[in-house]
Design a protein around this ligand. Structure first.
Ligand code: G3I
Length: 358
């Protein structure tokens, strides 16, 4: 009798274990339909900028993020003014909520951004500071923030938009006090605080060959020649469906950046439409996403494609660019757009040889 009970218990246990295993297999295989799964098979990161507020309040948004992407970038929450409302007060709570979300869903995080001319707090901009004070504030900022996230950030946008539209060093509190050397200092200080994190220079308008990408290329070449710890370049890629980039030229740029030994991330991809969005404009947008992903996949050093948002619902574009909108892969209701299907199909085409664990 006891033996019989024992056999029955074992049978019930193994049945329930089988059904748990089957359930997780079913869950896994249903996830093979996502951008995240397709990107993983290519060995690349595919991601989106994230905003902390809806991450907390909008469950559909949070689940779309972890389903479709394997890397996130806090859209605003790691900027200087956001993190450091007072000289001696750091507030990491919103940024932490994004990093913790990413960690708990096996996603990576890109840190954005340590040194920028925008989003600076008033306490920093309103009074005259000596160059020495500026250097002290910058070093303590970089090392406190990078130190806080040590071991948890895959890559940092260390310096953002240091080159202006006339291909000169952009005037900013940093340049004006410290000269162009602030760029090297920033990388060295970040490296000291987290030697494992990959350190990136990030900018817009330098995707294809041209005066701006030439200047960025020369700057990074010089930094590398001086042993500045820089690992990669971020190409923001805020595009318009009205003017597709010249992808042959983007490819040539990616190849010369690769030759410098840089890892390449597409960091802020979106393709704005002149509203209203018609079927024809949405298709044009889809083609641009397809061609950009194809171009990145053609270059082994291109390791991440991050959209500047997951859904049109929370995109910065309609708030900042009058008449433009609908720039992302999911619409206002988080439904996949033609661009989503174009991205999915391109990520599934051919499997890139992977040399490292994604
Ligand atoms: O957080 C406040 C909120 O409390 C307030 O109610 C609201 C009212 O205006 O403002 C909110 O902050 C705004 C925030 O966006 C969230 O909406 C900031 O004022 C506004 O400056 C901020 O804009 C961000 C902008 O960078 C400046 O930091 C955009 O979201 C963000 O998409 C944009 O991102 C930049 C990248 O960092 C660098 N490359 C270009 C890219 C697009 O401009």
């Amino acid at each position: 009798m006891t033996r019989l009970l024992h056999h029955a218990a074992v049978a019930i246990l193994s049945l329930s274990l089988t059904s748990i295993a089957l359930n997780s297999v079913v869950e896994e295989s249903s996830n093979t339909g996502t951008l995240r799964f397709a990107a993983q098979t290519q060995g690349i990161f595919f991601g989106a900028a994230v905003v902390a507020q809806p991450l907390k309040n909008d469950a559909r948004y949070a689940s779309a993020l972890s389903r479709e992407f394997n890397i996130v970038t806090p859209e605003d929450e790691m900027k200087f003014g956001f993190l450091r409302p007072k000289r001696n007060e750091f507030n990491f709570s919103a940024a932490d909520s994004i990093v913790n979300f990413a960690f708990s869903h096996s996603m990576q995080t890109r840190g954005h951004t340590l040194v920028w001319h925008q989003r600076l707090p008033q306490w920093l901009t309103e009074r005259h500071l000596s160059p020495f004070e500026v250097a002290v504030i910058l070093k303590e900022h970089i090392q406190t923030v990078v130190g806080h996230y040590r071991g948890r950030i895959y890559a940092w946008d260390v310096v953002n938009e240091a080159i202006d539209d006339n291909t000169k060093y952009r005037s900013s509190i940093w340049l004006d006090a410290l000269g162009p050397g602030y760029v090297s200092f920033a990388f060295r200080w970040a490296h000291e605080a987290d030697p494992q994190a990959k350190l990136f220079y990030n900018d817009y308008g330098g995707e294809a060959l041209g005066p701006k990408s030439d200047t960025i290329y020369d700057m990074i070449k010089t930094l590398k020649a001086r042993s500045v710890p820089i690992d990669g370049i971020g190409l923001q890629s805020h595009l318009s469906a009205d003017h597709p980039p010249n992808f042959a030229s983007v490819l040539a740029n990616l190849k010369r950046l690769t030759a410098l030994g840089l890892e390449i991330h597409i960091t802020e991809l979106d393709v704005a439409i002149t509203m209203p969005a018609t079927a024809e404009k949405l298709q044009r947008q889809a083609n641009i996403y397809r061609d950009y992903i194809k171009t990145c996949l053609a270059v082994p050093n291109c390791k991440a494609i991050v959209m500047w948002g997951a859904t049109d619902r929370y995109s910065w574009v309609p708030r900042f660019v009058p008449g433009k909108g609908a720039p992302l892969l999911l619409d206002d209701e988080l439904r996949p757009k033609p661009a989503y299907y174009a991205a999915l199909s391109e990520l599934r085409s051919g499997i890139r040889f992977t040399t490292t664990l994604p």
